[in-house]
Write a protein that binds this ligand. Sequence first.
Ligand SMILES: [Fe+2]
Length: 287
Amino acid sequence: MATLAAVLATTHHPFYYKATTAPPNERIPQADEWQRKVEAYRETLTRANPDILVMVGSDHFHQFFLDNYPTFLIGKQPRYDATFYNEEREFGIPKYELEGDEDLSGFLLQGLMDRGFDFSVSNELKIDHSIICPIITTRPAADLPIVPIYTNFFAPPLPSPRRFWDLGRAIRQVIDEYPSEKRIAAIGSGHLSLELGGPRQFGETGPDPVFDRKAIEWLATGDIDAILANVTHESMAAAGNATHGFMALILMLGIAGPQQAATYVDSLDLYHTMEAYLTWYPDEGAK
Ligand SMILES: [Fe+2]
């Protein structure tokens, strides 16, 4: 059976590439520390020696819109183009072409349907910064095949936090049953407290630093009971209008498992978000 070699949960700040490739006189003050933290985080994936990356993200209204936004979607293609025009223009993110793993996509699609998750499937998915930013930070060579999974935390009505947790648990079961000698890493990105376009955008910190600290603590200790007791659509909305992206991180905790303390936990307070970097090594713990 396949080995789940690592589970990574992180934010996907779109300005990382620009901030760390700018000439010295244009670098933002936090760029050096940001780069150091990201490179240390990258090492947590490198040491897992993965063969395939299951990438969990969400389409930021690039390909799916309010009229037809899939709740859960999996890509099943030999290759994926990445980076939309506005991401190139505004964030300076390069275009990428990533290899896909159609066999694992198909196995996950069937296995998740068997467990009550009726996924949409796409053969013409283009991936955005929710997936390419974690590739840039954790695997900049972009040399491994991916299986992209998109979840809806943008277009109401949204699935519940518990549904994201349950999906993470189901993904874990299917990966554990995948008949392959491959080493799989699951990398998911979402948000902590985040305000997009609202009155609290671009503050000195994220819109709700108290939530951010609690959220990282819950993830780091695998405290799903505290998450499900405290995190609702309403509480996330109170923390910032795009905070629902935290549910992608709940999903990643679901893949890691309950009461699984993360092996690696780091964060960085940027000028309008807190960045989070967590890694679990499931094959070193209980399933
Ligand atoms: Fe995002």
